[in-house]
Structure formats: structure tokens, C-alpha cells
Design a protein around this ligand. Structure first.
Ligand code: KIV
Length: 283
């Protein structure tokens, strides 16, 4: 059991003020969340990126509210210190306020996360405000928003033109004004992300948005190269090659079974000596 204090939204706000970077990683199940906590992360995102890295979809759009609840429940069972945020999946916060609140309530009640994340700018400010007024901490997400990937037309860096930069600034201001406690900046040019971070009182969490953000988030499977076909990405630093360790471990197991080297005596059970003589003594 950790002796660290559970991280809260006000602790993260203070971390921004103190210039203490916030560390966040995605996790989707019990063992990875436990390891993330043991490694000392401040926050865990149960991202709908699970659609890509766990469920094998091409995009995040097919991920359902039930998928998010199922994975969030596994993560929240595992941790007590990191602040757990869960993604609201595609189209679960674009209907009426009542519908949005019902979906948020399910995620929090059944998944037991402490906050939700929503993609979008000024256009989702009313949904953010309604959740905040209902007592739910909301994290915003602007820049490259994967739920709009078919509209954006690919994983493109955002904020390169002054028109885009102006729109992004308006969007983050609208989210802050609606009561969001933090905002993810994904694939945003580093000078714009640094400027946004200076302009806001709430923390910015960057992914592919440079060092000027108040914190960083990476996808678990990217950071650890966990999978057989993880695409290299410019903004990801691979800190381990877990996929290779797993592949080699399974290959060693297959070889040992084929060569009858496993199980050996060390991994098998013996009965009392009379049993052996009963079995093999020809009686
Ligand atoms: O779903 C996710 O993992 C995310 C991160 C990329 C921020 O939204």
C-alpha cells in the first residue's frame, strides 16, 4: 500500500503553479494500472485509445460506453493514489444534457473513475459546464481529437496556421471558462502549446505538444512498445520493448514444451514414495 496522498484536481492545479510537471499514462486493466501506480504516476487515463491498442480497431470510434466502464472498473480496482480519468467515448456527450449526464453517471458510478475527459472545444462547453455543475471534474482535449479523425483526415499536427492557433486558443479558454480542471493538447506545435499553457490557470497535459505543457501523457502501449505492430511516432519515446520480451518469453515456452524440457521436476508435484511404487510397481 502506498504512503502517497491520493492525487486530486487541486493538487494538480498546485503542481502547475509550482512548476512541478504532472505525469499521466493510459492504462486499461488491473496489472498495468498497478504497475503505473508503483512507478509513481500522478494520473491515469483510461483512454478510448484502448480501441486501437487493446481491442484492435482502426480508430477509437467503435468503443462503447460499456467498454469504457469495463476497463475503468479494472483500473480503479488497482490503484489508490493516481487520479483516474476516463474518456467519454464517441457520441456519448453530444446529445441532450440529460443524456450526457446519464452517461457520465454510469461511467463514474459503475467505473468508479474520478473524472471524465471529452474531446472538443467551444462547441462542447455547454456539456462540460453541465457536468461540472453536477459535481463532475472534466478534462478537455483539443488539437488532434481522434474521435474526429475522419473529419480531420488523418493524424495531422494542429495549430500550424495563425487561424488554427487562434481557434485553439478560443477553444481552451471556453473549456476553462466552462469549468474544466485540465486540458489535453494533442499534436499541437510546441510554441502554441507553451503559449496556451501560460495563458491558462488550469494545467495542460501534452501528447506530441512539446515541453512547454504542465504535464505529459503517453499511451501505455507506445511508451513500452507493448504489442506486435506498434507504429513508431515522432512524439513517443519508447522506454522499454515489452512486446519483444513477451514474444521471446512465449517462444521459449513453446520450444521447451516441444522439446519436453517443460515441465521439469522443479515445476511438477510428487506424491509419497508408496504412490510411485503403486503406480509403477506393476500391482
Ligand atoms: O485515448 C487516449 O489515450 C487519449 C490520449 C491520447 C490523450 O485521449
Amino acid at each position: 500500500m502506498s504512503t502517497r496522498r491520493p492525487v486530486t484536481t487541486s493538487i494538480m492545479k498546485k503542481m502547475k503553479k509550482d512548476g512541478n510537471p504532472i505525469t499521466m499514462i493510459t492504462a486499461y486493466d488491473y496489472p498495468s494500472a498497478q504497475l503505473a501506480e508503483e512507478a509513481g504516476v500522478d494520473a491515469i487515463l483510461v483512454g478510448d485509445s484502448l480501441g486501437n491498442v487493446v481491442l484492435g480497431y482502426e480508430a477509437t470510434l467503435p468503443v462503447t460506453l460499456d467498454d469504457m466502464i469495463y476497463h475503468t472498473r479494472a483500473v480503479t480496482r488497482a490503484v489508490s493514489v493516481p487520479f483516474v480519468v476516463t474518456d467519454m467515448p464517441f457520441m456519448t456527450y453530444h446529445g441532450s444534457v440529460d443524456e450526457t449526464l446519464k452517461n457520465v453517471a454510469r461511467l463514474m458510478r459503475e467505473g468508479r473513475c474520478k473524472a471524465v475527459k471529452m474531446e472538443g472545444g467551444a462547441e462542447i462547453a455547454p456539456a462540460v459546464r453541465a457536468c461540472v455543475q453536477a459535481g463532475v471534474p472534466v478534462m478537455g482535449h483539443v488539437g488532434l481529437t481522434p474521435q474526429s479523425i475522419y473529419q480531420i483526415g488523418g493524424y495531422k499536427v494542429q495549430g500550424k496556421t495563425s487561424e488554427q492557433a487562434k481557434k485553439l486558443l478560443e477553444d481552451v479558454k471556453a473549456l476553462e471558462e466552462a469549468g474544466a480542471f485540465a486540458v489535453v493538447l494533442e499534436l499541437v506545435t510546441d510554441e502554441l502549446a507553451a503559449h496556451i499553457s501560460e495563458q491558462l490557470t488550469i494545467p495542460t497535459i501534452g501528447i506530441g505538444a512539446g515541453a512547454g505543457c504542465d504535464g505529459q501523457v503517453l499511451v501505455f502501449h507506445d511508451l513500452l512498445q507493448y504489442g506486435s505492430s506498434i507504429r513508431p511516432k515522432k512524439f513517443v519515446k519508447a522506454y522499454a520493448n515489452v512486446g519483444e520480451v513477451i514474444r521471446q518469453g512465449i517462444a521459449d515456452y513453446v520450444r521447451d514444451v516441444k522439446e519436453r524440457k517443460f515441465p521439469d521436476d522443479e515445476h511438477a508435484f510428487k506424491g509419497e514414495s508408496e504412490v510411485a511404487s503403486y503406480l509403477y510397481g506393476g500391482k
